[in-house]
Write a protein that binds this ligand. Sequence first.
Ligand SMILES: *Cc1c(COP(=O)(O)O)cnc(C)c1O
Length: 391
Amino acid sequence: MKRPAILGGPVAFPDGLPLARPATPPLAEVVTLLQPSWDRGVLTNGPLVRQLEEAAASRLGVRNVVAVSSCTAGLMLVFQALGTRGSVVLPSFTFSASAHALMWNQLAPVFAECDESTFHIDVDDAAARVDQADASAVLATHVFGAPGPVGGLDKLGQAAGVPVVFDAAHAFGATLDGQPVGHGGVAEVFSLTPTKTLVAGEGGLVATADDDLAEALRWNRDYGHRGDYNTRVAGLNARMSEMHAATALAGLPRFDDTLAIRRSHAARYTETLADIPGIHPQTVGAGDESTYKDFTVSIDPEQFGTGRDELEGALRAEGVETRRYFYPPVHRQDAYRAFTADLPVTDRVAGRVLTLPLYATMPAGGPEQVAELIAAVHAHADQLTATSTPR
Ligand SMILES: *Cc1c(COP(=O)(O)O)cnc(C)c1O
């Protein structure tokens, strides 16, 4: 067994192993796609954006896809168009942008618990908080690209008479019971930023079966006027540019290959980490397929021998980049002090998670190597705790 670099052993990745690399298409293909729009002087919200919307709608099997400048803007526009008032229940174990979209609509976030092993919003806890707060909507995240509890949340929404919206930032390409994710609630909003699965550089896609909602989003992403400069609502400039649409379109033909590689890396991780006590990868529903936008494990410090922060430090010393997704949880962030809640499960989960490197161009054998380093940390856990945390 290798001696961890943090204890003086050799550094496993002297040139570094990054957490993520964007799955970018060849630039020449982007340029070829972009050329006609460029030549016509159409640089935003043009034919390539339409083409991307149609390609995404057909891939997802949804009635409407509306392209926007980001997932955050898409979520903001959805809640504006729904006319939601008051408070909205959402998980605290998500990226801050979920909650930001509510705040920009003067909606009060009511944070709900997450599940210890799937990391998804706890549906029963969410239902209780909807009742308690008399909330007007639910917003849930497909955490790390694993499909969330769509059936349970849709039932909750129907029973409570409130719309459910999904932050699907991580989930383009995920499948739930064999069907593409994108059909949950009234709308699902995907992100196309560099660390997400399909890459535009910046961008978002709103999927919805509701034609009126889609129409409102199309107007409101363009300031809220309908071609006559008489704005009906205070819209946004949340248009997608032709350059971004071209980038995403060029990525689509190889997208399934990229996903397959991500999934095989994840499978190698799961297999090789299984022998290490106290390392628990996120649980993905049986019959579901995650995008593995992130491969995140929960570290049980008693079983593993040391904690998440010590493991993070030990991997950093090996040149391995990791991230504490999602820590701090949103209800612990300064911007949300006024909305804090008692969320013991979320606090525990957020204190234990560590996201490991995973990207399509990661060298073969990468997951095995990282798992070996983690096993070495486990084997040296006693020494490690002593040297790295002099408390
Ligand atoms: C990245 C991300 C967002 C924000 O997406 P943008 O396209 O950058 O606005 C929202 N929610 C989650 C869960 C994310 O990871």
